[in-house]
Design a protein around this ligand. Structure first.
Ligand code: ZN
Length: 809
């Protein structure tokens, strides 16, 4: 069925290549009490570029069909069928929030239908929505896990939900989280098709939520925010104030005294720092921005302004990724931004874009778009493969080959978020007020917008992000006076990011050139925009030339993992060194020669066509006598960060050392390094036991380590098979132990065995084998000549364990 849909889409695209102008009343609608600046909806903007348009097309052709395919094969859709009485059985999937994936993909499909009309997809949605309607209980309650469990006398109710509806939502039941995504999908579907089918389901649900929750009723706050944004969309679609009030209730009922993890430690209006789970956080801040705009609520506005500064001044990666740590899938302290273990969940990048977009709509300042653009071209975009069928959950800035995009995840929030976000990208280019037209992103397109009540056609020709030249043509229906506000990005103005967490290492004195109808114009800069206030006539042309040299960036010295390193940026695009282009696959041991200079060239045949950067660098290599040798300079190639891992897993690095001091030399050819390593379990990080990187302590997550989790309390092993028999008499092991963060501890016992004939014998140690945390465990023993050696460990009762490094001498 997916293939039929794809082929049909292709035919329809060729038919529907005419310009789509949205229905009157849906464009630039400014309600009294809403954002002072209104986005121009993506339906009014037709992309004609080579960068985003093909990606949006692939999202329609590949991502959305496969995402629905996984929803079917994993049982997510069957959950609705069982709950609705079309089928029988138990809850089919792992998580109670699995309903939300179906809703998010319906949202994405609805957006996609507006660019690529597809009757097959539309009728597929009709059937799916019919099933969702059947799964909704008569009073409006919709949560397939509970409805299915109740058919089995309560058996199979998820452990995160309690017997009473809603009661556990502030913990983990995700009842309101599912509904938030339902409401967003319902509004998208209604706007795309004019059909009220899903909207009616959403309104019935929202009316139940409105009946059950309130200051004199259920006072549970959402454990995973998103319903706030969803309810605001229902309010905008219906004009019903009760949905807006409910959104505000769900914010005001939150905290104090709850967990930082889901931002319930304080009242939202009292929050000043970005904490906890970063997707929950950015969804909440976006909901707060909506309320701040509609209700003109200064307390909300103050809170999110401070939180934005907290993120941008100390908690964001150069790629625009947020959420540094995996344990909480969220924010760490300021400046704690490790590269290899960077979490930077794809959903958090999308949430960060939602938040920055809303703050721009409130304030009209370009700094919010500076962050948005950075995230869009880097951390968000790396979340999906070029083929549009593989996805990253975390988006690290460094890899030893342990990362690889996946086709789908048990927790599938990221692919479904990509499916719904990508089709909406054209909606981020323009925005309007009554007298102003903002140009925020530079992407070739043609758009029809309303400035006040004046119809204006505007188009851009650009080869962005590879080229800094942009040509804007303004075609008002009648000659008209208004301000065209063209964003002058931070990167064109010697600012790597607002606030200075990252800085360009040298100044670039090339100016931004701007001309109107061929006449050079002095830039009148306000809030980061070149303001062109004039009477615009048909065919007026604005030409802008942004300087787009290759820039090197350094981080605030408080970012420990970036000390002594630089990153490379061109326009908004952050570059990385990746294994296929460098040094026979070795990248992590490279040192960039910062004196060598840079050049760039467009390589049409590389990953769909991309600008690559060339410079020089050299490798650092450990030697057997313990020193580090620097090899001669050789050419070094950098590619856009977002494109990494499209040619298979391997080493990648964004922040590159400038001297040997901060380099990670490649391993020496020790006995362990030359051995074949195996273990009692399969692991993608097994070779990390012999990579010769010394951890700072047993709980160091900055570099790959090997662990036996989830195995607990039993004997496990790791084995080295030598190339040839070796005489050995000493071993050193550094245990992995994540203390209270996890379930790995140093083992109760350990021993070394060596291969003798076809069997294994214990070595004769010269002291006892006690396990010690945060240190090398050194054991010397009577020399043996052997072809293999094995370390056996007895894991602590109820705990697992692991090894950072295991050396044999
Ligand atoms: Zn996600």
């Amino acid at each position: 069925m997916i293939r039929i849909m794809k082929n049909l889409t292709k035919i329809l695209i060729s038919v529907f290549t005419f310009f789509i102008f949205i229905l009157p009343g849906c464009v630039n609608k400014t309600k009294s009490g809403d954002y002072p600046i209104q986005p121009v909806p993506f339906t009014s903007v037709k992309l004609t570029d080579n960068f985003w348009a093909p990606r949006i097309k692939r999202n329609a052709d590949v991502t959305i069909p496969i995402a629905f395919g996984y929803c079917k094969s994993t049982g997510r859709i069957k959950n609705f069928e069982i709950a609705g009485g079309l089928d029988t059985g138990k809850f089919q999937t792992t998580y109670p929030f699995d309903d939300s994936d179906v809703f998010k993909i319906i949202e994405g499909a609805s957006y996609s239908l507006q660019t690529y009309p597809d009757p097959k997809l539309e009728s597929y949605l009709d059937t799916l929505i019919w099933k969702i309607g059947l799964a909704q209980e008569p009073d409006g309650y919709l949560y397939t896990n509970r409805t299915i469990a109740e058919k089995h006398g309560g058996a199979g109710l998820h452990e995160w939900a309690s017997k009473k509806r809603w009661e556990m939502d502030s913990v983990l039941s995700h009842e309101l989280y599912n509904l938030g995504h339902l409401y967003e999908a319902a509004v998208a579907h209604y706007q795309a098709t004019g059909k009220r089918t899903l909207l009616n389901i959403a309104l019935k649900s929202a009316d139940l939520v409105n009946k059950d929750f309130g200051w004199d009723r259920e006072k549970v706050y959402p454990g995973h925010q998103v319903i706030e944004m969803g309810l605001v969309k229902l309010y905008r679609a219906t004009g019903e104030k009760k949905y807006l009030n409910l959104a505000k209730f769900f914010l005001d009922v939150r905290g104090p005294g709850g967990q930082e993890y889901n931002q319930a430690d304080l009242k939202p209006v009292d929050q000043t720092r970005a904490v906890g789970h970063s997707v929950r956080a950015t969804y909440m801040y976006s909901g707060m921005a909506d309320i701040a705009a509609i209700e003109n609520d200064k307390a909300y506005l103050n809170a999110i302004t401070k939180i934005w500064e907290d993120i941008v001044y100390g908690k964001i990666y150069l790629t625009g990724g947020i959420g540094a740590t995996g344990g909480n899938e969220g924010f760490a302290d300021p400046y704690v931004l490790p590269n290899m273990s960077a979490y930077c969940e794809t959903c958090a990048s999308i949430g960060d874009i939602f938040m920055n977009h809303r703050l721009f709509l409130l304030h009209g300042q370009s700094k919010y778009y500076d962050v948005l653009e950075k995230t869009l071209y880097n951390s968000m975009l790396s979340g999906v493969s070029l083929t549009a069928d593989r996805f990253f959950y975390p988006n690290p800035l460094e890899s030893n080959g342990q990362h690889q995009r996946q086709a789908w995840f048990g927790c599938a929030c990221c692919p479904s978020n990509i499916a719904r976000f990508v089709p909406a990208i054209p909606g981020y280019i323009y925005a309007v007020t009554g007298k102003e037209l903002y140009v925020n992103l530079f992407i070739s397109n043609e758009a029809n917008v309303l400035v006040g009540d004046k119809k204006i056609n505007i188009s851009q020709k650009a080869n962005f992000p590879w080229d800094g030249k942009v040509e804007i043509t303004v075609n008002p229906l009648n000659t008209d006076r208004f301000a065209l506000k063209v964003r002058i990005p931070d990167w064109a103005m010697n600012e790597a990011i607002p606030g200075g967490l990252y800085k360009f290492t040298t100044l670039n004195n090339e100016p931004v050139n701007l001309s109107v109808n061929g006449k050079k114009t002095v830039i009148n800069l306000k809030d980061g925009y070149a303001v062109l206030l004039r009477k615009w006539a048909k065919g007026d042309k604005v030409e802008i030339e942004f300087p787009i040299p290759i820039r090197t960036v350094s981080a605030d010295e408080r970012v420990a993992d970036d000390i002594g390193k630089i990153a490379v940026q061109r326009g908004p695009v952050i570059y990385c060194a990746e294994w296929p282009d460098n040094n026979r696959g070795n990248v992590l041991n490279l040192i960039i020669n910062s004196e060598a200079g840079f050049s760039s060239e467009f390589v049409p045949e590389l990953m769909g066509g991309t600008e690559v950067i060339k410079t020089m660098g050299h490798q650092a290599q450990r030697t057997l006598n313990g020193t580090v040798e620097m090899l001669p300079d050789e050419p070094m190639t950098l590619i856009p960060y977002a494109l990494w891992n499209n040619r298979g897993p391997g080493q990648m690095m964004v922040w590159i050392p400038t001297s040997g001091k901060n380099a990670k030399p490649s391993p020496a050819f020790t006995i362990a390094y030359r051995s074949k390593v195996s273990a009692s379990i399969r692991s993608r990080t097994l070779s990390s036991v012999k990579d010769q990187y010394e951890p700072a302590n047993s709980n160091d997550h900055s570099w790959p380590y090997f662990h036996w989790w989830p195995n607990k309390g039993q004997w496990e092993w790791v084995q080295y098979d030598f190339e040839k028999p070796e005489k050995i008499s000493k071993t050193k092991v550094y245990w992995f132990d994540d203390g209270t963060d996890g379930e790995c501890r140093i083992p109760d016992e350990w021993e070394i065995l060596y291969k003798s004939g076809n069997g294994w014998l214990p070595v004769k140690p010269l002291a006892s084998c006690k396990a010690t945390k945060d240190a090398w465990n050194i054991l010397t023993f009577d020399p043996v000549i052997t072809s293999a050696v094995k370390i056996r460990v007895k894991l602590k009762k109820d705990f697992s364990g692991g090894i950072h490094e295991w050396i044999i001498e």
